[in-house]
Write a protein that binds this ligand. Structure first.
Ligand SMILES: Cc1cc2nc3c(=O)[nH]c(=O)nc-3n(C[C@H](O)[C@H](O)[C@H](O)COP(=O)(O)OP(=O)(O)OC[C@H]3O[C@@H](n4cnc5c(N)ncnc54)[C@H](O)[C@@H]3O)c2cc1C
Length: 425
């Protein structure tokens, strides 16, 4: 296929990383074509109203949180926020427990009231001292001991990753807080909120504010790269796919989502369990670490969105091995997977006119705020790189006008000096 269109930046992927970098480059005056093989924008953060009228997250729950005022301020230009205190539960031994582990969980475990001091003493007695824990099992048993680890962490991790926690990086389980007070929030970041009208609305506002951006859905990277003449490529898909899997597939975990909706009338029978009218379960997320069910969690995102609607939708999440054709939802956070990735990242580093950003292109688990930060940083780099190119082009144009009478050797030297910074193809 011959190129029949042209743009400054061709961006593969209309998720957080692709759309944020497009917005930044457009604000600096560049033209961007963003393409995505999916029929919608937003990548894995895509949300929308389902058949029951409930706002749902189509690729698993996306709890926005951040410790960066700069990133929150940036996104706030495109959305208002609905503040959320994300709370979840764990379903163990046939009942709901407060989770992540906190003083309430300890009381549920003892079956009687207790205080923070008693809990701290219990932890001191039960934790297994390990200096510099190296994997997810070590990091948890060194904080809470083996019994609570087996109850809440081991089975969940095995189901989620199909690997024992001792085979996974310490960060996988280590990022879940353990508290001796009654703070039962799932996450620790200072800013926790959802875009008031959803992620899709946020992205639409972002695009409306970006006159230099054109979006093309249902378009594959290979087709776009052949079709658009471009000066620089930004790739946010899987890096092993970009290189034709020449060093083999990188390992991923995939997921299957099973939604189920309930009318307001059907939900009445659930009130004794959910504790609230119009809800199916007592929290936005309930973890199921035990082997008695094949799913890891049930999510009822209406708890978090605050949407006023009688019906609700729950989504059961089933982890599965990734194979070609599945969505590569999670890079595997384990040492040998990262070693395989290094061969691809070494190749990517040699590309003069391509950037690899986002979760799949850099093969790491990144949250939405981190991906936003990465896209802004890469845009800043490209803007200063190509802006100096622009200056170079302008200087070159003035220079050619001035010295048309001079000899061609000098002209050639100037061209050489501009090489590497010019945007002209
Ligand atoms: C189940 C799940 C739950 C999550 N929960 C949270 C959460 O609670 N909080 C949080 O902060 N983060 C969460 N995340 C992470 C969040 O999804 C990512 O940080 C964010 O979506 C990354 O954006 P991205 O643009 O890098 O990638 P993506 O969102 O994956 O977007 C990449 C896009 O590129 C497209 N693409 C890929 N290859 C090609 C190709 N060859 N041709 C054309 N298009 C292509 C894809 O279709 C996709 O739309 C979660 C992720 C998952 C999977």
């Amino acid at each position: 296929m011959k190129p029949d269109r042209s743009t400054d930046f061709l961006i593969i992927g209309a998720g957080f990383s692709g759309l944020v970098i497009a917005e930044r480059l457009s604000a600096a005056g560049w033209k961007c074509a963003v393409v995505d093989r999916r029929k919608h924008l937003g990548g894995n953060a895509y949300d929308g109203i389902d058949q029951a009228g409930v706002l749902v997250h189509h690729y698993g729950p996306h709890y926005f949180r951040s410790n960066s005022p700069r990133i929150v301020a940036y996104l706030s230009a495109f959305t208002d926020w609905h503040a959320v205190s994300y709370t979840i539960k764990s379903h163990v031994r046939g009942r709901y427990w407060s989770f992540p582990i906190n003083l309430n969980t300890f009381e549920e475990y003892l079956g009687r009231p207790a205080g923070s001091e008693e809990f701290r003493g219990w932890l001191k007695q039960n934790r297994i001292p390990i200096q510099n824990p190296k994997n997810s099992e070590q990091v948890i048993v060194s904080q809470i001991g083996r019994e609570l680890y087996e109850l809440f962490y081991e089975g969940y991790t095995l189901k989620q990753w199909q690997r024992h926690p001792c085979e996974l990086d310490a960060s996988v389980c280590g990022r879940i807080p353990v508290r001796t007070n009654r703070d039962d929030r799932y996450l620790a970041e200072s800013f926790q909120a959802l875009p008031k009208h959803g992620y899709t609305a946020l992205f639409e506002t972002m695009l409306n504010a970006s006159p230099g951006v054109e979006l093309h859905l249902g378009v594959e990277s290979t087709e776009a790269r052949a079709r658009w003449k471009h000066k620089h490529l930004i790739f946010t898909g899987a890096v092993d796919e970009f290189y034709g899997r020449r060093f083999g597939d990188l390992p991923y975990r995939s997921l299957r989502f099973e939604p189920e909706s309930f009318s307001a009338r059907e939900l009445r029978a659930r009130e004794p369990i959910s504790g609230k009218r119009g809800f199916w379960q007592p929290a936005m997320q309930v973890n199921y670490p035990g082997p008695e069910v094949p799913f890891t969690r049930i999510v009822e995102i209406k708890h978090a969105t605050g949407q006023q609607v009688g019906a609700t939708t729950i989504v059961r999440e089933f982890p599965k091995d990734w194979k070609l054709g599945d969505e590569p939802f999670y890079p595997i956070p384990a040492p040998e997977a990262r070693t395989s990735y290094l061969r691809y990242s070494a190749l990517a580093a040699t590309e003069p006119a391509a950037s690899f950003i986002g979760r799949l292109a850099t093969y790491q688990y990144l949250n939405m705020d981190q991906v936003t930060g990465m896209a802004i940083a890469e845009a800043d780099k490209l803007i200063s790189r190509y802006r100096s190119g622009l200056k170079c082009i302008r200087a070159y144009a003035q220079w050619t006008r001035r010295i048309t009478s001079r000899n061609s050797e000098e002209n050639g030297l100037h061209r050489k000096a501009c090489h590497g910074t010019t945007l002209v193809n």
